[in-house]
Design a binder for this molecule. Structure first.
Ligand code: B1M
Length: 214
């Protein structure tokens, strides 16, 4: 039994096998980060490369994503069950036009595990939905995910709308952004309060934003 088997099962789109293999690794006490990075996420990276190279297509990419989601469901309780006390409220979502949610889900699990109250709006989220959810839940942070380059202007639009709501609609919320096409420079240019490269960093950055006072 090895992590390689998880990787191979994702590459073979064997959703049930992935769930069973991840469970076996969890039961054996394997480090969760190792299961995620070496078993599940690294397989998706290769799937993405094959998609770019034209050697596999959207249906295969989707089947691989479903296999990874099956594995994530197994580790979810371990990531969110820390007993930490609530430290703030985060609204999370993938921006308008973008349907990718695996990274966002991972970010959400880690926020929950760190004791944040999480409101996950899902994918393809309109700027106004983020703002309404933040108002309704008296949120501290809105975290935006985006995987497509076409999501970048959407992210900019969303951050701008939130900034406007902070100024004119009695909202007081910080914005964080992340996803493969996003970097620090872009985040700064669009006026986001934070950029995080991955899920664990997003939690650290959110904690730092909370500590800096909102
Ligand atoms: Co799509 N897709 N996809 N796809 N897909 C990519 C992103 C792509 C890079 C593949 C490629 O060409 N190599 C490419 C984008 C190219 C570009 O724009 N530059 C692409 C494309 C083109 C498309 C379509 C347009 C394909 C088509 O229809 N012709 C289409 C778009 C649909 C849409 O969104 N409107 C599409 C569709 C899909 C599927 C639906 C089939 C499926 C998604 C299923 C799902 O999410 N439920 C899919 C998949 C699986 C991928 C790849 C293979 C894997 C993405 C993933 O889940 N990675 C991807 C290639 C790749 O990434 N290697 C690809 C694992 C995940 C854990 O990583 O989301 O990056 P990630 O999250 C990371 C960090 O980025 C960060 O933390 C996580 C790690 O800890 N992070 C944040 C993410 N969000 C954050 C938010 C934060 C902080 C950190 O807030 C503060």
């Amino acid at each position: 039994m090895s992590i390689q088997e998880i990787y191979d099962a994702v590459m073979a789109y064997e959703e049930e096998d992935v769930a069973e293999l991840v469970q076996a690794q969890v039961d054996a006490g394997t480090d969760i980060e190792k299961i995620l990075n070496e078993g599940l996420i690294s397989a998706l990276d290769v799937i993405g490369e094959k998609f770019s190279a034209g050697t596999l297509f959207v249906p295969e990419m989707l089947m691989a994503a479903e296999a990874v989601q099956a594995g994530l469901e197994i580790v979810r309780p371990l990531l969110i069950d820390t007993g930490a006390k609530p430290v703030g409220t985060v609204i999370l979502g993938t921006v308008k036009g973008d349907l990718h949610d695996i990274g966002k889900n991972l970010v959400g699990m880690m926020f929950e595990g760190a004791g944040f109250k999480l409101i996950d709006l899902g994918t393809d989220v309109d700027p106004e939905e983020f703002i309404s959810a933040a108002q309704e839940n008296d949120a501290d942070i809105i975290a935006l995910s985006g995987l497509l380059t076409t999501s970048m202007p959407e992210m900019e639009k969303t951050v701008e709308a939130i900034r406007d709501a902070n100024k004119n609609r009695n909202l007081n919320v910080k914005t964080m952004v992340g996803g493969p096409p996003i970097n620090e420079e872009f985040a700064t240019r669009i006026g986001a309060d934070g950029y995080s490269v991955d899920a664990p960093t997003a939690v650290d950055d959110a904690r730092a934003l909370m500590a800096a006072g909102i």
